[in-house]
Ligand binder design. Structure first.
Ligand SMILES: Nc1nc2c(ncn2[C@@H]2O[C@H](COP(=O)(O)OP(=O)(O)OP(=O)(O)O)[C@@H](O)[C@H]2O)c(=O)[nH]1
Ligand SMILES: [Mg+2]
Length: 321
């Protein structure tokens, strides 16, 4: 006796795992809308995921994130690897930039099965965005994409959170941006594993990079600072090499802190505030942490984890512990 959502999820997962891109697109729509099909699908797919390298690409509006993602795709394909892209709210009203999907479709990847691009709206509360983008990444990871790029504009807290919870976070800057942008930058730079000064063809790019290097020396992460020209692809090969080095430095498994942040976002999206509050009291903390670690290691899916945490709270309420 299977319910319809379970049956539909099974059908879509089987097709997506067999390489059906339409089924993959449908799964991602379900994930974005948080339907019962999405939950059933994620319970299935979560244990198959955990292999991809998640790379957040963030920066001020108009710094060239989408253009850089397009040239990263070209570079990744040149070395014959697969790449999935999740672009959160890709077109900012400030720059009116073309949608990433349009930009890439104009290029040679339209028929390429090893490139998959998906846009997601940045709606809902802040935790919701982190949970949905992590779930979307899980789906792409499970169906075999090795590298997943998450483009978010670096202006809202939730957007920065999404990029920061990737295994590797790339923060873009453009040369000679105004004071307003400088202010945004300080918070953004803290989450960077790699800082990219894009628009290397513009005057001042090298000077901006030198200033950033000076400023970041001795900082917690000491990110590498690179210069790219996304429009021509210059410096993009070096960027991909730097991204791969970050992966290798984290033991090839992705940053543990980032994995835990993604696990937490996804489990918390299932549990409501009252339950969460009770998990932060007394002896629940250690048990919760262990459960989240299992999710981070992909040994447990976020829904089963939430079920268990809920059961623990209910047992306590029933008088047991
Ligand atoms: N000169 C120059 N212009 C660039 C470069 N990269 C991007 N641009 C231009 O900068 C503008 C913004 O580029 P996008 O890639 O849309 O920037 P974005 O950061 O994705 O913008 P939002 O998604 O709107 O936040 C476009 O007109 C690009 O053509 C570059 O390397 N050099
Ligand atoms: Mg963009």
């Amino acid at each position: 006796v299977t319910d319809p959502a379970e049956a539909r999820a099974a059908e879509l997962c089987d097709a997506a795992l067999a390489g059906d891109r339409l089924a993959l697109a449908r799964l991602l729509t379900a994930v974005e809308n948080r339907t019962p099909v999405a939950e059933a699908a994620l319970r299935r797919l979560y244990p198959l995921a955990g292999r991809a390298h998640l790379v957040g690409i963030t920066g001020p509006p108009g710094s060239g994130k989408s253009t850089l993602v397009a040239s990263l795709i070209a570079e990744v394909r040149r070395v014959d690897r697969s790449v999935g892209v999740i672009a959160v709210d890709p077109s900012s009203p400030i720059t009116g930039g073309a949608l990433l999907g349009d930009r890439v479709r104009m290029q040679v990847h339209a028929q390429d099965r090893d490139v998959f691009i998906r846009s997601m709206a940045a709606r809902g509360h802040s935790g919701g965005l982190a949970a949905s983008s992590a779930a979307a990444a899980t789906v792409m990871d499970a169906v075999g994409f090795e590298l997943i790029l998450l483009e978010t504009v670096g202006t809202g807290q939730s957007e920065v959170e999404v990029a920061a919870s990737a295994d590797t976070t790339v923060v873009l800057e453009a040369p000679e941006m105004g004071d307003e942008i400088q202010a945004i930058k300080a918070g953004l730079l803290e989450v960077a594993d790699i800082v990219v000064v894009n628009k290397g063809d513009r005057p001042g790019a090298q000077r901006t990079a030198a200033q950033l290097r000076a400023m970041l020396t001795g900082s917690a992460k000491e990110p590498q600072v690179l210069v790219t020209t996304a429009l021509s692809g210059e410096g993009v090969r070096e960027l991909l090499a730097a991204i791969d080095r970050c992966r290798a430095a984290a033991g090839g498994a992705g940053d543990l802190g980032a994995r835990l942040a993604r696990a937490e976002a996804q489990v918390w999206a299932v549990l409501d505030e009252r339950v969460r509050a009770r998990l932060h009291t007394d002896r629940q903390v250690a048990a919760t942490r262990a459960t989240l670690e299992s999710v981070a290691a992909h040994e447990l899916d976020p829904f089963t984890a939430a079920d268990r945490l809920l059961a623990r709270v209910e047992r306590r309420a029933g008088g047991g512990d």
